[in-house]
Design a protein. Structure first.
Length: 149
């Protein structure tokens, strides 16, 4: 993907377009192996989480663990917890992540999101719950078996 910076009055539109292109077609970039994290999306997420310092701290901790290859079992746990804390703040409750699902669709629709966006987010959310619940244990067991050899 081109890393040139656009200056001037179209800079914001160019940045948004680049994010869309990387998000949709980044897997087609022959220079990327698919394991890299999109730095632009990380910075945007950090910006959006500025209003939620506790959530931002958890998010940053997960990124640091991933970046350094340390505590890999905890990366998904930290991301799941950051999402849970974000939803606590948004919905002003202390329900578990699994019990927030009933609020997400209406929340998205009330803010002008389409039914398709709400459905896509709910599917992603459900997949995240499944992964967050199962993947850390699977990853941990796989690493333990690899270390036995």
């Amino acid at each position: 993907m081109c890393d040139k910076t656009v200056q001037g009055k179209n800079a914001e539109e160019a940045r948004k377009l680049k994010i869309q292109l990387v998000t949709r077609y980044g897997h087609l970039d022959p220079g990327k192996d698919g394991s890299e994290i999109n730095e632009t999306l990380i910075e945007q997420t950090r910006h959006w989480l500025d209003r939620f310092p506790e959530v931002l701290d958890l998010y940053n901790e997960a990124l640091q663990k991933h970046e350094h290859g340390m505590f890999t079992r905890n990366v998904l746990d930290d991301l799941r917890l950051s999402l849970e804390k974000l939803l606590h703040s948004i919905f002003q409750n202390h329900k578990s992540l699994e019990n927030q699902i009933q609020f997400l669709g209406p929340f998205i629709k009330q803010r002008g999101g389409s039914a398709e966006l709400a459905n896509m987010f709910l599917k992603l959310y459900t997949t995240t719950l499944i992964l967050a619940h199962n993947a850390p244990n699977l990853l941990y067991r796989t690493c333990e078996r690899a270390m036995e050899f």
